[in-house]
Design a protein around this ligand. Sequence first.
Ligand SMILES: [Zn+2]
Length: 271
Amino acid sequence: MPRIEFFNKVDVMHTISRSFQDLQTLRHCGVNDIVSTLYLPIQVKEPGTARDLYDWLMNAEVKRGREAGVNIHPAIGIHPMMVPTDTKVLDGALNYLEQALKTKKAIALGETGLHRGTPEEFISFKRHLELARQYNMPVIIHTPHEQKGELTKVIMKELQKHKVERALIDHVTGENIAIVLQDPRRNIKIGVSIQKSNLSKKEALLLYKNYSYENRYMMNTNAGNGPGDILSVIKAIESFEKAGFQTRLLKKLCYDNALDIFGGILREPFI
Ligand SMILES: [Zn+2]
């Protein structure tokens, strides 16, 4: 068990796939706020499925978090890996998304973005960006494992076109960080997911050493249904400390930068 730093931390992950005990473990490590993005390993086949998932995350999941002692802040959307291939179904799911946003129970849109880069993913992504603009909400954007650079270029172009002001471009690596940084805006954050399928804590450290954008870098576990380590950010904090980085910087990478885009909601008193 690493030495635990007791400053507040925010994680971005998929809580619906994790246990009650995982949530309690995070709380014990000072993660009081979790932005929970919607992902399950299914393709949405009926609009009603999307509606039920939004309801689950915005209601029962928030309650479960409270019982475990953490604030779960829902981010809702149609993950690119869940996007229906039938555009009528997609339309219906997107309409339900707008209805769900009107309840004001979600903190952000997402994950959206591109995974394989199909036309349906692209339609869905653009609609998420329109909604983000319309409802003045931040958006969490997935970048894929394959064709990472190429699809990140498309993502960044759309982001600028839609004039979205606050976004977390997630799962950034050495392959696409320079593309994201071409957009100089402070509130277009660089999401660094420390997990087996993305970056190790060593790689995250190296990436930071190479691109020291302290106001833009946000670490997360992206833990979900895969073999993700719920403590990966805690362990990365330890590596950064060993490498000589100060707590002031680590607070930025694990908390303050999240406040920039997710705003006042995180400042509400702990329930
Ligand atoms: Zn993702």
